[in-house]
Design a protein around this ligand. Structure first.
Ligand SMILES: Cc1cc2nc3c(=O)[nH]c(=O)nc-3n(C[C@H](O)[C@H](O)[C@H](O)COP(=O)(O)OP(=O)(O)OC[C@H]3O[C@@H](n4cnc5c(N)ncnc54)[C@H](O)[C@@H]3O)c2cc1C
Ligand code: FES
Ligand code: FES
Length: 1306
């Protein structure tokens, strides 16, 4: 073997030569830190978010072809890049040269908000276009399946990409071939209205054309190298790891013989995350490169043989081809594999991951292994000692020594037999999210009957997700041989399988009853599927199944994404250059799309910079007995460890009303609390040392995690809050009925794409210190840092260039971390950077409060609710943070759009041993509103009325009074509601849903509409537009810089939907000051330009700088009297959603959503619509997908995108229609606009109630008429378990208390 001297690859057309490469380095940090290409972002480091997407191109000298694929830089070891060309966002275009059409379109179509996900999105699309210049919509959504965005709701991104498709304008979704956009149902404007109404937010005419000849060429040097260079093994040696890249099969076998324990790294998508998350270390890695014997496909008469080195994308492509070319009956296994490959991970992971890696890693949730295991597949193995074949069966999957690979063996290929005539194969899976999510349970099933019969000759069934690896139900299958394929067999089969594939109540991953139900539900689906085919093959002999039951086999509704947007044009009296009311793109949009936008961690390293890594508590309630820093301190590069001792006297800061400790050394009250902070020369050193700090704990009692436990222990934060109106007790005496109920609403993680980031730089003079931080509240950071450093605040400058998403999560915890980082920087006189990894961020920072809502409602037969008595309990976590404000806002907004004449609502924030929960978009309202809507839904059910009727009858009517006695004019609320009912053709569609439900037993549809009233004012800036409007200056003249406490010393927090109002009105104020000063100059030269006037101002010594201030709206609220004027105005809206559910698996699909919002006079309709959609999708995530899991010891399991699912592109409604009410005047707000940031979250609950409706339909058909209690989020697990049937009844149930569950619902 030759020791390679250097690693050579290209990045953006530039040659990179690394002489001393460290094999532990991944491409992402290499690009960001070494090459200073910071456009590629870190979002998770584990392949789950797509923020780090780059394009990898390689030349294959055998077929003389260049291939391009998108990949996640965070999982690519740089040693694997020898001879490859990497293209990053910087390589495709920039504002300095020319921007690429993908960059231009994503920005101009408003596909960026915080912009952090944008480079990854652009690279995914760019790579797609390199391979398919005119992609189909399916290719497009497939390409974006591995990219997450937390802000936009994806619709504008899809719109931007659609402009590259041949069929961009049409939805392609109507069965009758009529485009949705042409249908009456949409109420397109009448002709005379056409000039007023706008349906577009961008104009395609101005887009640059896509010109493939303009792209970077593949470096000729790499082609020559690939053609000419002798094939030699390359070895790269680092401090701890050696990387061996054999380029021939012989060399590979040699290497594996020499280092049998070394993993064979192909895509690194299994080994990489294991090393990162589980700390597994491999001193030697073998990574084959370009070995033909591993990269082939051969389809013979009886079988398909696939090379182990093929990527899953290549396998997908090959299977597609094979299916085209073989008769259907031979392809059943291939079809089943292909179906799973469509949803397995995102496209980047499929491009990287190899078939061999997938099979050999034998993950418990592998999608392909259960199928391959039932398919009589064979693994072709090779070592220096020779060839061997082993069956891919249960023994292999269990790693039984007699059936496993020997350490020195390599998997060369997999032989998959074609299916036979009377053989049927299917795969099933159900995950938390339909795509890019590991399955909760998956399965492969195969049956063979022999010619013409229905007697089982062979049967194989295997499951994933139900044990430590794929499990085969071998005994059950054996017992079923010889039975005919009928109901009786099914019944026996279900019982046998449940007996054989057992899951203890405490099984890892939880959801045990759901998993058990899926085991038999999948079997039932297979039974029906086969029955249907048998019937088709022999209609006389096979009984077949009733039409109604066929729905079990159909896929959930699918269709191409289609959207319409409607808003009214600005008054034509406005000057043409005036941007107010125009859909102007985000001022940084282009920079987001080119990767030039600088976020905190993109800032260059400061001379002598250090890195800080936190040590966090691993116990939820414990005394710290001792902390041993000695080993950590002795490690190379470690400079210091900051503990509470250093912070003596400054270790606490008063956040709102309760002081909060910065570091703990005596007692911890939740997992993830900051114990100390390691400061080292590099990030790697700091992190390694942090792991070596030894903390000894002694557990304390009680351990309170859930709301119920808090109630039991009377563990609350003070004070309790109460709102009362009318006379509830008297009203209960006169009502026709009374009901009592409760609902539990799970928490939510912010999942901003940019994790908590800060860099603190001591200036070396007068104790001044610069804090660069990603925060919503610079003034607060300034205060806490000043207090910790015992400095006057004017010595601390806090700079915020931009924030990669925050949603309420970058205030108080950010402040604590910034204070500790600043302390370290100040102590050592050196810059200190602290960037949290995704897992740390999720562990430390908390999120939305889980809620328990209890209600008692008194109502009349016609649905009028006359009395409502409610209790809200929120899980506040270990410290107060913003919990009090959250419950207050929950109370003040709990009545949503309804007038309850007699109302009493009390609220408590529970003190528990969880990380403190904090502000998250919507601030208590999404939870409080859902409780109220659930109560209304139940009232409707009790009255036998449609929920929308009961909603309407209880809604505010015109001028009214809120429970805190503030006046409200609900005219626009009613208008939104009516328009939403009309726009969604509610009654027509309701009838259609009922018809569908009566014809389909196993699939149900549901439809729901909810109103919204969202008060704003207790206190998405379009600042550029305000300046332009006020100074009558073209928007192109305006440049916005980040904020800092130096320029704006006294800012309020940017949150709570009031950003536009506060900052916008302040900007307006400043502009007016300037104009007043310049008036004499302008009137002397009215035809002049701003340049002339600025020169004249200079000549006449008139200052051209001004600050403006807006102190916020007057507000007051007395909790003693329960009265006040806490809000300035109300945002109104309504949303209607339609879903389809699969009663057997719990899967759901959002078919269509219509939203109508009253935004006053929109300053920027693109921004407003973007806020509405983004919030809606976040709300949809909250109520239907996102689920946090905690262990019974209070440890958060869900610490990254692979465990915690936020909505992805597959989750957005197939049809989305958004309409803004015509502009209406509102007295005090900025140009009569309304703050919209938060309200849309709640509208996501239209999905919750649509699912509720569908589940209800299923239950009624099954004769279950009792009250339906569904908690949030309505995940596949809850949907499946609520659709009770013989399978849910069949499964074994564990007695509560007889086992320790894997997780506790908090
Ligand atoms: C974000 C993300 C999402 C995912 N989603 C899904 C999903 O939805 N469904 C699903 O099923 N899986 C999913 N996976 C898992 C993924 O399918 C596997 O990680 C992948 O297939 C492993 O392939 P690899 O080439 O990257 O393996 P590597 O990490 O390179 O190697 C894995 C193991 O295989 C061994 N190995 C590899 N090739 C050979 C060979 N030829 N001979 C002998 N040993 C070999 C190595 O020694 C190593 O131990 C996901 C993974 C990630 C990171
Ligand atoms: S950072 Fe690479 S996928 Fe998230
Ligand atoms: S714009 Fe996509 S994450 Fe913010």
């Amino acid at each position: 073997m030759d020791r390679a001297v250097e690693l050579l690859f290209y990045v953006n057309g530039r040659k990179v030569i690394e002489k001393n490469v460290d094999p532990e380095t991944m491409l992402l940090p290499y690009l960001r830190k070494k090459l200073r290409l910071t456009g590629t972002k870190y979002g998770c480091g584990t392949g789950g978010c797509g923020a780090c997407t780059v394009m990898i191109s390689r030349y294959n000298p055998t077929i003389k072809r260049i291939s391009h694929h998108a990949a996640n830089a965070c999982l690519i070891p740089i040693c694997s890049l020898y001879g490859a060309a990497v293209t990053t966002i910087e390589g495709i275009g920039s504002t300095k040269t020319r921007i690429h059409p993908v960059q231009e379109r994503i920005a101009k179509c408003h596909g960026t908000q915080c912009g952090f996900c944008t480079p990854g999105m652009v690279m995914s699309i760019y790579t797609l276009l390199r391979n398919h210049p005119e992609p189909s919509l399916e290719q497009l959504t497939d390409a974006l399946g591995g990219n997450l965005c937390r802000c936009t709701g994806y619709r504008p991104i899809i719109d931007a990409c659609k402009t590259f498709c041949k069929t961009s304008g049409c939805c392609q979704s109507r069965e009758n071939g009529v485009c949705y956009l042409d249908q009456e149902i949409n109420e397109l404007p009448e002709l005379e209205e056409v000039n007023k109404i706008s349906l577009k937010l961008f104009s395609e005419e101005e887009f640059l054309p896509l010109d493939p000849t303009q792209e970077l060429i593949f470096p000729p040097e790499l082609m020559i190298m690939a053609e000419k260079q002798p094939q030699r093994t390359r070895i790269f040696g680092g401090d701890r790891m050696t990387w061996i890249s054999p380029t021939t099969l012989t060399a590979l076998l040699e290497a594996k013989f020499k280092y049998p324990q070394a993993p064979v790294v192909m895509g690194n998508t299994s080994v990489g995350p294991e090393m990162k998350l589980k700390g597994v270390f491999h001193p030697v890695i073998i990574s084959p490169d370009g070995i033909e014997e591993l990269n082939f496909a051969n389809c013979s008469h009886n079988e398909l043989t696939l090379g182990a080195g093929l990527s899953l994308t290549q396998v997908k492509y090959i299977l597609g081809e094979v299916i085209q070319n073989l008769p259907e009956e031979k392809t059943r296994m291939y079809r089943a594999l292909l179906k799973h490959l469509r949803t397995l991970a995102g496209s980047q992971i499929r491009n990287m991951a190899s078939l061999g890696g997938h099979i050999v890693s034998r993950h418990l949730d592998s999608d392909l292994n259960p199928l391959l295991a039932v398919g009589n597949c064979t693994l072709n193995l090779l070592s220096k000692k020779g060839k061997r074949q082993v069956p891919l069966n249960e023994e292999f999957l269990r790693r039984s020594p007699s059936a496993d690979l020997k350490p020195e063996e390599i998997l060369i290929s997999v032989k998959i037999p074609h299916s036979r005539k009377w053989e049927f194969v299917s795969g099933f899976r159900q995950a938390q999210r339909q795509q890019n999510a590991l399955a909760v349970v998956n399965s492969g099933m195969r049956v063979f009957f022999g010619e013409g019969g229905d007697i089982i000759r062979e049967l194989s069934i295997s499951y994933g997700g139900v044990g430590p690896t794929t499990v085969c139900a071998k005994n059950s299958c054996r017992k079923l041989i010889g039975r005919p394929w009928n109901e009786e067999m099914l019944d026996v089969a279900c019982r046998l399988v449940l007996d054989e594939v057992t899951l203890p109540g405490s099984a890892p991953g939880g959801r045990v009853e759901f998993k058990r139900t899926l085991i038999v539900s999948f079997l039932f689906k297979f039974y029906l599927e086969v029955l249907q085919i048998l019937k088709r093959m022999d209609p006389v002999r096979s009984p077949g199944l009733a039409d109604k039951y066929e729905s079990a086999l159909e896929d959930l509704h699918s269709g191409h994404h289609c959207s319409t947007l409607k808003y009214e044009n600005v008054d034509s009296k406005n000057l043409p250059q005036d941007p107010i009311g125009q859909p102007i793109m985000h001022l940084s949009g282009i920079k987001h799309a080119t990767g030039e936008a600088i976020y905190c961690d993109d800032m260059p390293t400061v001379d002598q910079e250090l890195f800080l890594s936190f040590v966090t508590s691993s116990r939820a309630h414990a005394k710290i007995v001792s902390i041993d820093l000695s080993e950590a301190l002795s490690l190379p590069g470690v400079v210091d460890i900051v503990t509470e001792e250093h912070l003596r006297g400054v270790n606490s800061f008063c956040i709102l009303s309760e002081p909060e400790k910065l570091l703990r050394t005596e007692e911890v009250s939740c997992v993830g609390q900051l114990v100390c902070a390691v400061i080292a020369e590099s990030e790697v050193q700091a992190k390694q040392a942090a792991k070596r700090v030894k903390v000894v704990y002694q557990d304390l009692q009680p351990l309170i995690l859930t709301i119920e436990e808090a109630i039991q222990h009377n563990s609350f934060f003070e004070p309790e809050r109460k709102l009362e109106y009318g006379n509830v007790d008297e009203a209960f005496k006169v009502v026709d009925h009374i009901l009592e109920g409760e609902i539990h609403i799970g928490g939510q993680e912010h999942f901003y794409m940019e994790t908590q980031s800060m860099l603190v730089v001591p200036k070396g003079e007068d104790q001044e210190i610069d804090v660069y931080v990603s925060t919503q509240f610079p003034k607060y950071i300034q205060d806490i840092v000043a207090s910790t450093l015992k400095l006057p605040a004017n010595k601390v400058m806090c700079h915020v260039k931009r924030v990669g998403g925050a949603f309420g999560g970058k205030t108080y915890k950010t402040g604590i971390m910034a204070a500790i980082t600043a302390f370290a920087a100040n102590k050592h006189g050196r810059a200190v950077r602290c960037i949290l990894e995704r897992g740390e961020d999720m562990l430390i920072t908390g999120g939305r409060h889980p809620y328990l809502g209890k209600y008692k409602a008194g109502f009349m037969n016609d649905g009028r609710i006359l009395a409502l008595d409610m209790q809200h309990y929120s899980n506040g976590g270990a410290s107060l943070d913003e919990s009090l404000l959250v419950i207050e806002m929950g109370l003040l907004k709990m009545e949503n759009a309804y007038k309850f004449p007699n109302l009493r609502c009390r609220a408590w924030a529970c003190r528990t041993n969880l990380p403190s929960n904090t502000a998250l978009r919507g601030f208590g309202f999404p939870q409080a509103g859902l409780i109220t809507e659930s109560c209304i839904t139940e009232v409707a059910a009790r009255c036998g009325l449609a929920p929308e009727k009961v909603r309407m009858i209880n809604m505010y009517k015109e001028i009214d009074q809120t429970p805190y006695k503030q006046e409200i004019n609900a005219k626009n609320l009613i208008q939104c509601w009516k328009e939403c009912m009309d726009m969604s053709s509610y009654s027509l569609r309701k009838a259609a849903v009922e018809k569908f439900n009566s014809e389909n037993y196993w699939k149900k549809k549901g439809l729901a509409v909810v109103p919204l009233k969202f008060p704003v004012g207790l206190g998405s800036v379009a600042a550029g537009q305000v300046v332009s409007h006020e100074l009558r200056m073209p928007i192109s003249n305006i440049h916005l810089r980040g904020t800092s406490t130096e320029t704006v010393p006294n800012t309020n927090i940017s949150g709570g939907s009031v950003v536009a109002d506060l900052n916008g009105l302040a900007v307006k104020d400043a502009c007016q000051t300037l104009l007043k000063r310049l008036e004499p100059i302008i009137s002397k030269n009215p035809q002049g330009t701003w340049k002339d006037w600025a020169q004249a101002a200079f000549d006449e010594s008139i200052s051209l700088s001004a600050t403006g201030y807006f102190r916020g709206y007057e507000s007051n609220m007395s909790w003693e009297t329960g009265e006040g004027h806490p809000f300035e105005y109300f945002v109104y809206g309504a949303a209607c959603s339609e879903v389809e559910i699969d009663c057997l698996t719990g899967a759901h699909k959002n078919i269509r959503t219509d939203v109508v919002m009253d935004v006053g006079c929109s300053i920027n309709p693109a921004l407003d619509i973007g806020q509405i959609e983004g919030a809606f999708i976040q709300g949809m995530g909250l109520y239907t997908i996102e689920e946090l899991h905690y262990s019974p010891q209070g440890v958060l399991y869900t610490r990254g995108p692979n465990q915690y699912k936020i909505p992805a592109i597959c989750d957005i409604p197939t049809e989305l229609h958004i309409s803004l009410l015509p502009p209406s005047q509102s007295s005090n707000t900025l140009y009569s606009s309304k703050g919209l940031g938060e309200s849309g979250i709640f509208l996501g609950c239209s999905m919750f109630f649509a699912i509720h409706d569908a589940v209800n339909a299923a239950r009624q058909e099954r004769g279950l008429f009792g009250p339906l209690k569904l908690n949030s989020p309505l995940t596949p697990e809850k949907i499946r378990m609520a659709c009770e049937d013989k399978f849910t009844k069949m499964i074994p149930k564990d007695k509560p208390g007889s086992y320790v569950p894997w997780n506790v619902p908090i």
